[in-house]
Design a protein around this ligand. Structure first.
Ligand SMILES: [Zn+2]
Length: 415
């Protein structure tokens, strides 16, 4: 059977059930602590008898750009998703990326389905499903809307009956476990040969590695990964981004309100700061991440604005739009005039009034978006061939190499 070509990369069709999991917000520290503490026996076994490495995610280290890269196998410069939110320069409007309309290329999932491979995409949140299932003739649903899935729209109905429990609360760790349980049922029913299961980072935003809540969640994920391997699947797991504590010692969020700072110095409306992590459905990070785009009213101010941003404590990097696009592989036409990245302990906001921090509900702010969250775990249940290119060290391993790893890189089975 011919290989399937997508976005300039070739993929073998799966010979056996193959699962890729996006373990949302799984910072490598969760794996390190979890393995050391005996919380992650399955992942520990992958480290010993499969493949385990640290890969680079896409910067901005946010959910949507990385999920889009994982399912397309290419950086945002090709697929066009560089944040959850962007400023439409033509209209001056801030727009949310809620569906597939901004995706500029096809996905591995859609191409495999077109080639006759039974393919399924299951996500925690429905808006991510809308993006990832673009063009997919196969099963696609979210745990958020599990009760609404119909064969006509989602390639499957009666999801709650299949999983054996009603859809979970949108703000719960179970939203992710439900995705994995649904994937297991699809494997058992042989309803899909290639599965993409994308979780949510609700737990990681609130709970640090080694806490009881993080351990309980990660143990539950590990058990489900084990069940998939037992069911005969090749399992690949990556994260979309890491996660760091972004609070001051006293517990208050460590925020640079960049729009306030710059407008205070250069005059009202000198800049508009767009926070591409902004997400009206997510209340646990107050729309605060470590990567923002800045739009200047007058281009002549650019150098001075960038210099002032660079001088702020907690700012790790400031790049003009074209330089950011080159360095991070982003679509130049969607870049700001410049971008500002907070360091591992700092988030960048716009102005105080735009960030509702009441959803933090007493826990320390943990977030992502910058270079401090670029490193992610990359693991496969089976050994990879020594000649699989990204494993040879000839180029950086990216999280969006995971479909290449599970489809092209796994050592042939002896069975
Ligand atoms: Zn995420």
């Amino acid at each position: 059977m011919a290989d399937v070509s997508v976005n300039g990369r070739r993929y073998r069709r799966p010979e056996r059930p193959t699962v890729v999991i996006c373990f949302d917000g799984c910072d490598p520290e969760y794996i390190r602590r979890g393995v050391a503490d005996g919380v992650l026996p399955t992942i520990a076994s992958f480290q010993n008898s499969g493949f385990y490495a640290i890969a680079d995610s896409v910067v901005p280290s946010f959910t949507n750009p990385n999920n889009a890269s994982i399912v397309t196998g290419v950086p945002p410069a090709v697929h066009g998703i560089s944040g959850n939110y962007y400023l439409d320069r033509a209209t001056g409007e801030e727009r949310m990326i809620t569906d597939a309309s901004l995706m500029r290329c096809g996905t591995i999932l859609a191409a495999m389905a077109d080639a006759g491979v039974k393919t399924a995409a299951v996500t925690a949140k429905d808006k991510l499903r809308l993006m990832l299932a673009r063009g997919l003739e196969g099963i696609n649903f979210s745990s958020e809307h599990a009760d609404r899935a119909t064969p006509a729209h989602n390639g499957i109905g009666e999801v709650e009956a299949m999983v054996g429990r009603p859809k979970p609360d949108q703000y719960s760790g179970d939203l992710s476990l439900y995705v994995l349980d649904a994937g297991l049922r699809l494997l058992e029913r042989k309803a899909a040969t290639l599965l993409y299961l994308s979780l949510s980072d609700f737990i990681q935003h609130a709970h640090a590695p080694g806490t009881p809540e993080a351990d309980a969640f990660n143990r539950a994920v590990d058990q489900r990964i084990a069940a998939m391997a037992v069911a005969g699947a090749i399992v690949g797991v990556v994260a979309d981004h890491g996660m760091n504590d972004k609070s001051r010692p006293g517990g208050e969020p460590n925020v640079v309100f960049l729009q306030e700072e710059l407008n205070g110095r250069f005059g009202e409306n000198a800049v508009r700061v767009i926070c591409p992590i902004t997400d009206p459905f997510v209340r646990h990070h107050g729309a605060l991440g470590s990567f923002v785009r800045v739009y200047a009213r007058k281009a002549t101010d650019l150098e001075a604005l960038m210099a002032a941003s660079r001088a702020l404590p907690g700012v790790e990097a400031v790049l003009d739009g074209p330089a950011a696009a080159r360095r991070f592989g982003l679509p130049p036409d969607l870049e700001g005039d410049f971008v500002v990245l907070g360091d591992a302990g700092t988030v960048i906001g716009a102005s105080r009034g735009e960030h509702d921090l009441t959803g933090l509900a007493g826990h320390r702010l943990r977030s992502h978006g910058g270079l401090g969250e670029q490193k992610v775990p990359f693991m496969v249940s089976r050994k990879l061939r020594s000649d699989w290119a990204p494993a040879k060290g000839t180029r950086a391993l990216r999280n969006f190499d995971i479909f290449d790893a599970v489809l092209n890189g796994v050592e042939p089975s002896k069975a």
